[in-house]
Design a protein around this ligand. Structure first.
Ligand code: FNR
Length: 365
């Protein structure tokens, strides 16, 4: 492809160039992939009601998240094992994201260690995504290392007591290629994922090691071992959002894990309004899932998200050209967000209001 003019171009290029097992791991959702389709389709069922003649000559899409100023309301979600996309993996991604002055979230299951990532981009605003292992000392150690390496928040993923049924990974007997390691660990925790006995190696890893007894009281436990703010990632209902507030979360990331956990849950953009209504201003609310255009970001902001994240598009950027490709993806999105703001009559985030987005059904009556 000679020219990449949208995120879908990067996706097409990546899907055409990745080995089948890796391509399937990155792109797939759980079950029959209903929610995977919804994540994108639900955005397309929303219509923007633009304001005209508002003087948009001075635009500013920057915002503050957990007290940090960032250049745009789009950051990077944690995706595991990025060295399968490009040899520089997470280190390339964090440099691109740091350069774009927005938030980078590192997965527990990364192929670059959190210290390597911190060193690759000391200036980037970095968050660490946490999976809790049966052995709580493993988690305690990760938290301590994240604090020491300058990570600014912990993102506790709450939708993963076990892994979703990802049929493509099972068929492919997904395993991390032998030359790569889960770099935050040593020994068994690092290498157990390099083979699969029957079905997905990742699913076996999680079933053997992740603590499926995790409950709300563990949020209190996590708070007791760290001073970092805690973002709960994977909340999809108003009820759970209220529990998150009650248990002292600093923020909620409305997410269905890129449709990779339980299938048939709503698109995150569908779940967002009830959560925003329930928690009001008590905690910051973010969204990820299916975001691939500037107008998606505008729609999520209008429905009450303070910040939007995306996962797969950064992988597509990495596949294309490592750090440079990831940078291009972010800058393409920045430009699209700016255009969406200008053409809908918004000069800054405070101008993006709830009445600017309606469901398509309103137009068919
Ligand atoms: C993920 N996601 C994820 N989430 C998490 O909390 N820890 C993880 O290690 C991973 N790993 C991971 C790998 C891959 C390949 C994908 C696609 C996703 C979920 C991720 O953080 C995010 O919620 C989704 O990717 C958002 O959807 P989009 O932007 O990919 O549509």
């Amino acid at each position: 492809m000679s020219q990449f003019v949208c995120i879908d171009d990067y996706e097409r290029h990546a899907l055409a160039n990745l080995p089948p097992m890796i391509k399937d791991y990155y792109r797939s959702g759980a079950g029959e992939e209903l929610t995977l389709r919804l994540n994108k389709e639900a955005f397309r069922k929303l219509r923007i009601r633009p304001k005209v003649l508002t003087n948009v000559s001075k635009r500013d899409i920057s915002t503050t998240i957990l007290g940090e100023r960032i250049s745009m309301p789009l950051g990077v979600s944690p995706t595991a094992m990025q060295r399968m996309a490009h040899p520089d993996g997470e280190c390339a991604n964090v440099k691109a994201t740091g350069g774009a002055k927005t938030i980078f979230t590192l997965s527990t299951l990364s192929t670059s260690s959190l210290e390597e990532v911190a060193e690759a981009s000391p200036e980037a605003i970095k968050w660490f995504q946490l999976y809790v292992y049966f052995d709580r000392n493993v988690t305690r150690d990760l938290v301590r290392r994240a604090e020491r390496a300058g990570f600014k928040a912990l993102v506790l993923t709450v939708d993963t007591p076990m892994f979703g049924d990802r049929r493509r990974d099972i068929r492919n007997k997904f395993a991390l290629p032998k030359h790569l390691r889960l770099a935050n660990f040593e020994g068994l925790l690092s290498q157990k994922i390099n083979s699969a006995s029957d079905g997905s190696g990742l699913s076996e890893y999680v079933a053997n090691l992740f603590d499926d007894s995790l409950s709300w009281k563990d949020v209190a436990w996590l708070k007791s071992i760290t001073k970092l703010p805690i973002v709960l990632k994977g909340i999809l209902t108003a009820e759970d959002a209220l529990l998150a507030v009650e248990h002292g979360a600093s923020a909620i990331l409305v997410s269905n894990h890129g449709a990779r956990q339980i299938d048939s849950v709503p698109a995150s953009i569908e779940a967002l309004p009830e959560i925003v209504r329930a928690v009001g201003d008590k905690v910051e609310v973010y969204l990820d899932g299916g975001v691939s255009q500037g107008t998606d970001v505008l729609k999520a902001l209008a429905l009450g998200a303070r910040m939007v994240f995306f996962g797969r598009p950064m992988l597509w950027g990495l596949v294309h050209d490592g750090e440079k490709g990831a940078r291009k993806v972010l800058e393409m999105m920045r430009r699209e967000i700016d255009v969406a703001f200008a053409l809908s009559g918004c000069s800054s985030i405070k101008d993006v209001t709830r009445d600017m987005v309606v469901h398509e059904s309103q137009y068919s009556r």
